[in-house]
Design a protein around this ligand. Structure first.
Ligand code: GTP
Ligand code: MG
Length: 195
């Protein structure tokens, strides 16, 4: 869907399923481990430096933050997971919130963000399985590729695709929210008709 990314507004932050937006507008859900760069990727798409908050203290945003784009669609910045210092009760709250979000069938398109340098863990697997089970199209961004040489980055893409056992139709993009690497590929998907 072609959208005017200059016309964006923060809508709300949902802490519980009652707060989820369900007005029928398409939703792009951004998910990933805490600190992987979800908010940075949203800022990169919007050409803003700090619209979606870029956190200095990862794991603090256990909310679904909604942005409305061009009055036509939402970006949902899902709460990060896997931050070691989060207490068990908070982890369970995160799990319940995410299960409710996925069960609600709100997702039109998913964007899963991983750190290109890190091996996927159990939480990444859970998140990918939720997206796979959702039946909705999604893409995986291997973010922070500016931390590796292009050659090392491409090699990592091969390793990650194997480790994640992604179906062929799921794009895995070498990405840098900081430098804009891979942005054209992502924008082509956002502009396309999967959403
Ligand atoms: N070098 C580099 N750093 C990045 C990139 N993307 C994000 N970062 C940095 O990684 C840190 C985390 O970025 P965020 O966008 O806040 O990550 P997040 O996934 O939204 O984190 P939570 O909201 O806490 O779950 C920040 O210090 C960013 O500046 C990137 O492409 N390259
Ligand atoms: Mg964030």
């Amino acid at each position: 869907m072609k959208l005017n990314y200059h016309n964006v507004e923060f809508v709300k932050s949902a802490v519980a399923p009652e707060g989820f937006l369900k007005d029928g507008l398409p939703q792009v859900a951004f998910a990933g481990r805490s600190n992987a760069g979800k908010s940075s990727v949203i800022n990169c798409i919007l050409n803003r430096r700090s619209f979606a908050r870029v956190s200095a203290t990862p794991g603090k945003t256990a909310h679904v933050n909604y942005f409305r784009i061009d009055q036509k669609a939402y970006f949902a910045d899902l709460p990060g997971y896997g931050f070691a210092k989060v207490p068990d009760a908070e982890r369970r709250r995160w799990g319940r919130l995410m299960e409710a979000y996925f069960a609600g069938g709100f997702i039109t398109l998913g964007v899963v963000i991983i750190d290109i340098r890190r091996d996927p863990n159990r939480d990444d697997r859970t998140m990918l399985d939720w997206f796979l089970n959702s039946g909705r199209p999604f893409v995986v961004l291997a973010n922070k590729c500016d931390k590796l040489s292009p050659t090392a980055g491409e090699k990592r893409i091969g390793e990650l695709r194997e480790a994640l056992a992604l179906p062929e139709e799921v794009p895995l993009i070498r990405f840098s929210a900081e430098k804009g690497t891979g942005k054209d590929q992502l924008m082509a998907i956002l502009d396309g008709d999967s959403f």
